[in-house]
Design a protein. Structure first.
Lengths: 599, 293
């Protein structure tokens, strides 16, 4: 795989990035990469992984400075260059690919301008080079395509262009910051294939930053696990992700849902410490289940096996292993009255029809997952059910009685019984109102408020989602993402709903927070609530759904009991979704050889 | 339920000062300076009658006399004390400018939020009306109305409001439109919240930042417009003391007694800068705190 006599092409030594007031954001990060290796940097939000990625290029965001350390790329000391030299180094030595190609590509420039910017040579040479690189990243290389602008491309094509822009100047190192995060699974698989292929064919050295452990497992040779701005574990990918030695890595892996097995997901308690509020000793000690007295002194990175681990007892998590967390599926419900049905739903935006004859049933105590990629119409479907979509025909019933299609036509009881939970907890709570005010607003016009029981109902709902009642006078900005999403769920619960419509409610959450929200939703199902769960993530489906609908281009292409659909998908679209879902490595030999075969 | 209890141990962040309140604006030195300037000038013009060395309406010497121990800033075209007149000369501005700005911003915001929330025809009609006002030359409107009705202060305030309101409505509508796609507004719709409640409860608090910037900005504009009206003789009438009017009255003597012109101009400039500082400082604080969120 790698040749140990190769000199390192990138070395970072004790890199520290701090706020202008001196509070460290990342501290003492070192890494070494040889030609052709891919280093995955993995961590949750607030771990400092993007800050590190930028620091490796000698860049710090506003209000932040690189406080110390050294970065050497192919013999050039990145942190001691003048601004002019730095610009040239960023052209020839290191290139960066950002998460959102839609925002990273100037929409007013043509592709040939974007690709050849900063290249030297005659315009014919530059065009020839642009065409070669387009071919390499799997895009058409004709003149007509070169004259297009970014918005005429799909998201996947845009990301290919961004990658092409990064590699066209043949840099020594390419830094990819969550390049596949906004993409659909099938597009993501193709972009990942491209990155792997570039690494093998061109012997490209890459840093791949992601919050997604499965993505890292599929591209990286080495992994650096970041937590709270520090490296907690670093080593070969298989070694770190299959048999971790740091309790945080172990906990992170235990929070990831698997597409093959329904498991109890273990959330990590507490939250990532804020910059400037790091605990005294081990950075993870206040959330670690195995913390001991010795953890009050910050441990150094130490060698354990072939990996580096920042833990006083590196053998501990290693021996924990993955316990079997398998849980059984709920039995099929026996002929109960459906909580919500939709029949012959057709919906359109203007003249464009986006849903074609969709039928579905949500039963009490069971979860219906609606699976699809972007553009499948899954969000439109949930908007139709809640009554926010206007251009719609079909019939809805709620607990046996007809439900008007528009929310304006529904009575108070129908509105209370059907509740919607949004994807983004940062946007679903009014930032200028306290948690308590938001929850009270949810009780407007309800019987509970008239009878003066509002406070009791709110406290009960907060207790149900494990939010302390004394957080009611806080503003959303003072809460963590997971707390906000649980408050949003509490806001739905105060109305005593029969059905929850959950629209991608976990997809903007960190994996450890996602675990706690999924467990909460599962417990609500136990209470007898009916649930429709819209998602693109089949692993989440495996872990929460009882029945599944697969939507493709506005039509149901497959539906049935979850196990039947995921274990033996019939429709080619479902099969391709499943095939493109990435898996974490396990300790099994079989997966190990499969992973090694990649390189 | 057993598994989720773990998450309840999630530590609340240590209590911070409310980042959402308007008090955070006070942390800006620019805002503090601006507010101090405006409050200082306002107090000065209110207590001027008790503080002024001379009667501002009575001659104290020959016209356009240079500064002397008697009259520190000299005298004006009728031989009145410039210092006394400058001190009193802001009394109309002191209430007319803030009143115009407040009314213009309130009305503009109300129109903007209604137009943005209801959209469609409501939006079209309201905003086209604003466009007509915006396109109509303010100075022409002033000349017309003052010629017909005479220069009563309430009319002047109304004219300033009509001049400023369309701009406010444009800005606030622009700030409100993206909020309509925010999930908390959608959520409010899913539970059947009436439009006026969504406007006051969900939209208004979230445009308070641009509203405040507008207020500071429009305050400066009001001062400029009101002073200009006085200067061209369509505002406050003699023998009342008013900065804009003083500039007009003493313009002829600029060569011999510049203080009679420069002193009122300085006051207008200070007042305008005060408003601009508040607007600028608020905008910076808002950009910073909302950048973090």
């Amino acid at each position: 795989m790698t040749n140990s006599v190769d000199p390192a092409i990138l070395t970072a030594d004790a890199v520290t990035v701090e706020r202008l007031d001196g509070a460290p954001i990342i501290a003492d990060v070192s890494l070494t990469l040889r030609q052709g290796e891919v280093m995955g940097i993995v961590g949750e939000s607030g771990s400092g992984k993007s800050t590190l990625a930028l620091a490796l290029m000698g860049h710090a965001r506003r209000g932040v400075r690189i406080g110390g350390g050294a970065v050497n790329i192919d013999g050039t000391e990145m942190l001691s260059l003048t601004p002019k030299q730095l610009r040239s180094a960023r052209r020839n030595l290191v290139a960066y690919v950002a998460q959102d190609p839609g925002a990273a590509l100037n929409p007013t420039l043509r592709l040939d301008t974007l690709l050849t910017e900063g290249l030297e040579g005659s315009s014919a040479e530059k065009t020839a080079r642009a065409k070669r690189i387009l071919k390499k990243v799997g895009l058409p290389d004709d003149d007509a395509f070169l004259r297009r602008r970014p918005r005429q491309l799909s998201g996947g094509q845009q990301q290919r262009i961004a990658i092409a822009m990064a590699v066209i100047a043949e840099p020594k190192v390419i830094i990819l910051d969550e390049p596949t995060t906004g993409l659909d699974v099938s597009t993501r698989a193709k972009v990942l294939d491209l990155i792997k292929q570039l690494c093998i064919a061109d012997n490209l050295t890459a840093i791949y930053v992601s919050h997604d452990l499965a993505v890292i497992a599929s591209v990286a040779d080495h992994v650096t696990v970041m937590y709270g701005g520090q490296v907690v574990e670093q080593g070969e990918m298989q070694e770190v992700l299959a048999t971790p030695r740091h309790p945080y890595t172990r906990a992170l892996l235990d929070a990831v849902p698997s597409v093959n097995d329904r498991q109890a997901l273990l959330p990590i308690r507490g939250r990532v410490p804020n910059v400037g509020e790091w605990p005294e000793g081990c950075i993870f000690s206040d959330r670690c289940d195995y913390a001991i007295a010795a953890c009050s002194v910050r441990p150094p990175l130490r060698q354990a096996g072939t990996a580096l681990v920042r833990c006083v007892r590196p053998e501990l998590a290693h021996t924990l292993g993955a316990v079997s967390r398998h849980i059984d599926h709920r039995r099929a419900a026996e002929a109960v009255e459906p909580a919500l049905t939709a029949t012959h739903i057709n919906a359109a935006y203007g003249d464009k029809q986006v849903l074609f004859d969709v039928n579905l049933t949500v039963e009490p105590g069971r979860c219906l997952a609606v699976v699809g990629e972007s553009g499948s119409g899954k969000s439109t479907l949930s908007r139709c059910l809640i009554g926010l979509h206007e251009n719609l025909t079909g019939e809805l019933t709620l607990a046996g009685s007809p439900l008007p299609l528009s929310v304006a036509g529904r009575d108070q009881i129908a509105r209370e019984r059907l509740q919607y939970i949004f994807q983004n907890p940062n946007a679903s709570l009014n930032p200028r109102r306290t948690i308590g005010q938001s929850l009270i607003a949810a009780l407007d016009g309800s019987a509970a408020k008239r009878e003066g029981r509002a406070i009791d109902v709110i406290n009960e709902a907060l207790d149900r989602v494990s939010i302390p009642a004394d957080l009611t006078d806080r503003y959303p900005a003072e809460l963590s993402g997971g707390q906000r999403q649980r408050v949003a769920i509490a806001r739905a619960l105060v109305s005593n709903p029969a059905v929850l419509l959950c629209d991608e409610v976990t997809s903007s959450l960190d994996v450890s927070v996602q675990a706690s929200v999924i467990e909460l939703l599962r417990s609500l199902l136990e209470d007898g609530l009916g649930m429709m769960f819209v998602t693109h993530d089949l692993a989440v489906v495996r872990n929460i759904a009882d029945t599944v609908i697969v939507l493709n281009e506005g039509r149901i292409v497959e539906q049935g009991e979850m196990q039947a659909v995921l274990n033996a998908p019939q429709h080619p679209y479902t099969q391709s979704l499943l095939a493109n879902t990435l898996q974490l490595p396990t300790g099994d030999d079989e997966t190990e050889t499969a992973a090694l075969a990649v390189h | 339920m057993t598994t989720t209890t773990d998450a309840s141990l999630e530590l609340p962040r240590p209590r911070k000062a409310r980042a959402t309140g308007l008090w955070r604006l006070w942390s800006s030195a620019q805002v503090r300076l601006g507010v101090t300037m405006l409050v200082g000038i306002t107090i000065l013009v209110i207590i001027a009658p008790f503080l002024a060395p001379h009667d501002m309406a009575a001659p104290v010497g020959r016209p356009y006399a240079p500064p002397s121990p008697e009259a520190w800033l000299g005298t004006d075209n009728l031989g009145r004390d410039v210092l006394s007149r400058v001190m009193s000369g802001g009394i109309y501005l002191a209430w007319m400018a803030p009143a115009s700005a407040l009314i213009a911003v309130s009305l503009g915001a109300a129109i903007a939020l209604i137009a943005a929330y209801y959209g469609g025809w409501t939006d079209l009609i309201l905003m086209r009306c604003m466009d007509v006002l915006l396109a109509f030359p303010g100075i022409l409107l002033t000349l017309l109305c003052v010629s017909i009705f005479g220069p009563a202060p309430p009319l002047l305030v109304t004219l300033v409001v009509l001049t400023l309101m369309p701009g406010v409505a444009r800005v606030i509508r622009g700030a409100a439109l993206p909020l309509l796609r925010q999930e908390y507004v959608l959520w409010a719709k899913t539970v059947g919240t009436p439009g006026r409640v969504i406007i006051t409860r969900e939209l208004l608090p979230n445009v308070s930042s641009p509203l405040l910037v507008e207020l500071g900005l429009r305050l400066s504009w009001s001062v400029a417009i009101l002073s200009s009206m006085s200067f061209i003789g369509y505002g406050i009438q003699p023998p009342a003391a008013d900065w804009g009017l003083m500039v007009a009255e003493n313009g002829n003597g600029l060569g011999i007694q510049p203080y009679a012109v420069l002193a009122p101009i300085l006051m207008i400039v200070l007042y305008t800068i005060g408003g601009a500082l508040i607007a600028e400082g608020s905008a910076r604080i808002i950009a910073r705190t909302e950048g973090e969120a």
